[in-house]
Design a protein around this ligand. Sequence first.
Ligand SMILES: Nc1ncnc2c1ncn2[C@@H]1O[C@H](COP(=O)(O)OP(=O)(O)OP(=O)(O)O)[C@@H](O)[C@H]1O
Ligand SMILES: CC(=O)N[C@H]1[C@@H]2OC[C@@H](O2)[C@@H](O)[C@@H]1O[C@H](C)C(=O)O
Length: 376
Amino acid sequence: MHRLTAIGLMAGTSLDGVDVAVLRTDGETVHKWGPAMSFPYDAPTRATIISATKAALEGREEANDIAVAGNMVTSAHIEAVRNFLSETGLRRDEIDVIGFHGQTILHRPPLDASSIGRTWQIGGGGIIAEELGIDVVDQFRQADMAAGGEGAPFAPIYHAALVEACEFDGAVAVLNLGGVANITYVPADRDPMGLVAFDCGPGNGLIDEWMVRHTGHHMDEDGALAASGSVDDEVLRMMALNPYLKRKAPKSLDRYDFKLKAADHLSPPDGAATLTAFSAECVARSVALLPEAPAYWVACGGGRHNPVLMAELGRRLEGQVLVAEEAGWRGDMIEAEAFAYLAVRSLRKLPLSFPKTTRVPQPLSGGSYHRKPVNL
Ligand SMILES: Nc1ncnc2c1ncn2[C@@H]1O[C@H](COP(=O)(O)OP(=O)(O)OP(=O)(O)O)[C@@H](O)[C@H]1O
Ligand SMILES: CC(=O)N[C@H]1[C@@H]2OC[C@@H](O2)[C@@H](O)[C@@H]1O[C@H](C)C(=O)O
């Protein structure tokens, strides 16, 4: 099968910037993992995306900030790829396609089986193709939502490819601890129709919000504040009453669906400890929604750098809990790699989402294709 060299571009809900990763793949097997790098957003871009997110949540769809944020996101991605190519020495003509996720500013899954949801990723794949002279696939989530799916998560089929390439015995759960946390259950027989995936709760999102509110820092680095506080069991119990935790999978979250309110009265250290425990508790409660308790958990995303969160997870989960690097994976780059992989799958019209990953009725392909200009 034809192998392509693809760049994946991911801008996650934490708004930390653009991750860039190269894969060589036919959209099924990964033949080579190329270089990967992160390019942080500058402060004005981050601030404008926050305003755009607020406008989108409040239904102000025509807000100027949304249009401006779209342009800034597009420019940040173009700049990131230019810098990536110059730093790695890769040439533009060595890249067959870019998978461009875009920046999510709103995610509203369907309310019930008869409605269609809305998911909104800003940034212009067409402009990126034109400016860089490389074909681009974007808008990965739209076809799934139009068919009644949740539109997220989309990394699961790539998680399955990563698991397939390892020697794990038994069912494996890949746990992405980003702004939102999501789980992919890969069954012991590795059949893609048996993949189960869903957003399971706030990963670092609430912790980050708490830190901004109380310390001005945007994360609880190495869990230092949480380590200095104690978990408030009553607040934890209240937060765990959130009906989302009991909802059947597939299901997905907007970054702002969980709120800090129940923790408002806590001291900064106790709040950090309690919110960190809550993130782990959401993961633990998700096991009831899986076909069986996984033999292995592989943690990826920024939250795996937080030792307090990892300890809270270890206390609550059966099975072996590993970090991505212990499986030989690049824990901060998996989502960018996923969108490189998905771009190639999109070109081959292979399915991107599955009935038990997004509730789409049948395995479905998707993505919009933007050709580079012919004369470049
Ligand atoms: N050293 C660290 N200590 C504690 N937390 C950390 C550390 N490094 C990263 N994080 C957490 O990880 C977050 C970033 O994670 P990541 O980049 O995986 O999120 P994202 O990809 O933007 O989100 P999503 O997967 O929801 O789209 C930070 O906001 C922070 O909360
Ligand atoms: C709508 C959206 O951007 N969702 C993100 C977010 O971040 C984590 C979780 O929520 C997941 O649903 C998804 O990202 C990954 C890449 C996914 O689609 O698998």
